[in-house]
Design a protein around this ligand. Structure first.
Ligand code: 1CP
Length: 352
């Protein structure tokens, strides 16, 4: 089929996002934004009024509404499931809270062999509301794909071991280098939980997944491969037999891109610190890529944004497949109209 005859997607499985992830021809470069749901939208703040974050994540009608808001407003090519990486940890019984303006806070950090008893496998009956939310969404979204997600074992371990957000991950690294046996036991348990969380979303109808290893850029490649990659691979392998593309993303992971691809991803997410030409060279053309507009550039005048978008599309034209995204999440004070304009610009410049 020539590219000019690529039909408009009738099903999520044939959408621009899923096709780009597989390196197939597309009607236009698909666009979505990490953290597009919530954050910058006034309609999100209104919908969330009076509901705690974790409670919101477990309320299907609210999850569906918040997930759909950016699709309606920006015309993006995919919805990202409104939830959080710590939802499956709470579901298996970890006492934690998502504190406004801070992030996840764990009541009792996980630091000993005995603490592992608090991390049993996640079973679908623990998250029936997630299945319900995904089902509502798939019905409402029609041909637009829903991206399910989970936190990768390293990033989840960081919250559990530190007890909350951390800049230096010092307790995490102390445990990783100081007690490798306990480290591997912990990450293996987290891989089971994350893998099951992904599987629940895909079995309920999600058309793609993203594994967020947000903080793993804190490690050099050799240590990533020894201490983390086997567990991220196990997480993604939980989807074996389910035919959905897998995106693997982290921040500051320029040195890890290839190893993250080799963990079993179809698409490697690139943050804004690495140019796409450099990223493609590191990936040897073996993976589709996602990225990578610096979210802070959205605060510059439009002509500066437009120039950067054109540069990114130009560099990405050498990739086997490209999903346009930011190089990390939407910043909370972003003008939402900038996201709408970027979406329209990418569509216009790449229409086949
Ligand atoms: O559009 C979307 O992406 C919404 C769904 C979503 C996702 C994919 C949320 C809602 N959180 C996440 C993933 C997530 N959560 C990540 C990976 C993505 C990334 O790197 O940005 C991480 C690291 C978290 C942990 C977390 N949860 C933080 C970061 C804390 C830190 O260490 O700096 C924060 C602030 C949260 C809370 C949270 N999650 C989501 C929202 C909308 C919020 C804010 C909650 C509120 O309104 O109070």
């Amino acid at each position: 089929m020539t590219s000019s005859t690529v039909p408009a997607a009738q099903t999520p499985a044939d959408s621009a996002l899923v096709r780009a992830a597989r390196g197939l021809d597309v009607p236009h470069t698909p666009v979505w934004f990490m953290r597009q749901a919530g954050r910058s939208l006034p309609e999100y703040r209104k919908a969330r009024e009076g509901t705690e974050m974790l409670q919101a994540c477990r309320t299907p009608e609210l999850v569906a509404e918040i997930t759909l808001q950016p699709v309606r407003r920006h015309g993006v090519d995919a919805a990202i499931f409104f939830s959080d990486i710590v939802v499956p940890l709470a579901a298996v019984g970890i006492d934690l809270d998502i504190v406004a303006g801070v992030g996840p806070v764990v009541a009792a950090p996980v630091r000993s062999q005995a603490d592992l008893d608090r991390l049993p496998p996640l079973t679908p009956d623990m998250v029936e509301d997630i299945t319900e939310s995904v089902r509502i969404l798939v019905r409402e979204l029609g041909p637009t794909p829903l991206i399910g997600f989970a936190g990768a074992p390293f990033t989840l371990a960081s919250y559990l071991i530190e007890g909350g957000p951390s800049r230096n991950h010092e307790h995490t690294k102390a445990l990783m280098y100081g007690d490798p046996q306990l480290w591997h036991d912990l990450l293996a348990r987290l891989a089971v939980i994350s893998g099951a969380f992904l599987r629940v979303q895909v079995e309920a109808g999600a058309s793609a997944v993203q594994l967020f290893d947000s903080w793993v850029g804190a490690l050099p490649r050799r240590d990533y491969e020894a201490y983390v990659q086997p567990h991220s691979r196990a997480t993604l392998a939980a989807l074996d037999g389910l035919d959905v593309p897998k995106i693997h993303f982290g921040v500051g992971t320029g040195e890890l891109l290839r190893s993250m691809g080799e963990a079993g991803a179809d698409v490697v997410g690139v943050d804004y610190r690495v140019g796409l030409t450099d990223a493609l060279a590191r990936l040897d053309g073996r993976w589709a890529i996602q990225g990578n507009l610096d979210p802070a550039i959205l605060f510059a005048p439009w002509n500066a944004v437009e120039t950067r978008v054109r540069e990114i599309l130009d560099e990405a034209s050498a990739a086997p497949g490209h999903i346009f995204n930011l190089g990390h999440g939407v910043l909370p004070t972003t003008d939402p109209d900038m996201l709408t304009r970027v979406t329209a610009l990418v569509h216009e410049l790449t229409a086949r």
